[in-house]
Design a binder for this molecule. Structure first.
Ligand code: COA
Length: 316
């Protein structure tokens, strides 16, 4: 569990934006192509509707340009673009290349694939770049899981969707907002959640569920220890939005009341790399951090990966 060295240059968010897949698909819509029902999906997953459609580049350009606009920075002053995605538009080049050009950036650009932990992986990497002298990094988490979902498979199609969330991270004179972090992976669990090249997502839902709660709690605990904070000090937890029952179980084990959890899954479904930024920056009536709040971001995903970070909201 690495600790952030003292006097390292910090960073904070100065702008953000989100976008969703172009078409809304309700649970009722799904009953036309598979044997399922609205009540089961709501009760077993917490999902009421999801949004699908658009390419990874399109959704990233929409959220990225909103983040740039809010921060007010000149696109030419961005030093790096990191795009977290499991669903790049092409094998080669990275989708970040397409997005970099469309947003008018002139900087290094690369994709990170850490599945649903991707945004937190990118956030930690972006802080590393800022510690090494970068002034501004544009972070985007986008997935278009609809393209790798079999829309006749009720095991997976009820869960997955498309979306994007982006943030501009700028260097600060002080220590910045990141107080602790953890990145984790267990490649021995690869077979419980995967998609072959050109194929659809295959998933052992029960096993993913079982491990998800454990690794979220484990990663979150490591981050809190690294930051020197305890669960009762966390004002807002922003968990990966995979299943409301996973969120409830993880909150319970961490000792964080569910009311402090950002929940947007009813509106978004599971959007993988976009899930945490949508829950943090989107506008779905969820709980949001205020100046000075301690925020816990925690994700898990295929790999199986896990990642978490403690942020002091609005820190200079
Ligand atoms: N609609 C209606 N009924 C369904 C259904 C569906 N989509 N899927 C399963 N069922 C039925 C089953 O046939 C079973 O019926 P039975 O009791 O008569 O045999 C019952 O509902 C329970 O099925 P089960 O597979 O035990 O459901 P579950 O409670 O484990 O929920 C998941 C399934 C996939 C929603 C759940 O396991 C899950 O969310 N897992 C984690 C997946 C995840 O997060 N993946 C992404 C990670 S990033």
């Amino acid at each position: 569990m690495p600790k952030i060295p003292q006097n390292v240059r910090g960073a904070r968010f100065t702008g953000w934006g989100t976008s969703l897949g172009h078409n809304t698909v309700t649970n009722e819509d799904l009953t036309k192509t598979m044997d399922t029902n609205d009540e089961w999906i709501k009760e077993r997953t917490g999902i009421h509707r999801r949004h699908i459609g658009g390419s990874t580049a399109e959704l990233s350009i929409a959220s990225g340009s909103a983040a740039l606009q809010m921060s007010g920075v000149d696109p030419l002053s961005i030093d790096a673009l990191i795009l977290a995605t499991t669903t790049p538009d092409r094998c080669v080049p990275a989708t970040s290349a397409t997005v970099q050009n469309a947003l008018g950036l002139r900087c290094g650009a690369f994709d990170i694939n850490a599945a649903c932990s991707g945004f937190v992986y990118s956030l930690v990497n972006a802080h590393g770049l800022i510690a090494m002298g970068a002034e501004r990094v544009l972070l985007i988490g986008t997935d278009t899981l609809a393209r790798i979902t079999d829309w006749t498979d009720r095991n997976t199609a009820i869960l997955f969707a498309d979306g994007s969330g982006a943030a501009v991270l700028e260097s600060t004179t002080g220590s910045g907002h990141l107080l602790g972090w953890d990145l984790d992976a267990d490649g021995s669990a690869e077979e419980i959640l995967f998609a072959e090249r050109g194929g659809y997502i295959q998933m052992d839902g029960k096993e993913v569920f079982r491990r998800a709660v454990r690794i979220m709690v484990d990663s979150a605990t490591k981050s809190m220890n690294a930051a020197g904070v305890t669960a009762d000090q966390i004002s807002v937890i922003v968990p990966h939005q995979a299943n409301i029952r996973i969120i409830k179980a993880a909150c319970e084990r961490l000792g964080i009341p569910l009311e402090r959890s950002s929940v947007v899954i009813h509106e978004t479904g599971n959007t993988s790399s976009a899930s945490i930024p949508l829950a943090l920056f989107g506008d779905f009536g969820q709980v949001k951090p205020k100046q000075g709040d301690l925020v816990l971001l925690v994700g898990f995903g295929a790999g199986m990966t896990a990642a978490s970070a403690i942020l002091e909201w609005g820190a200079q």
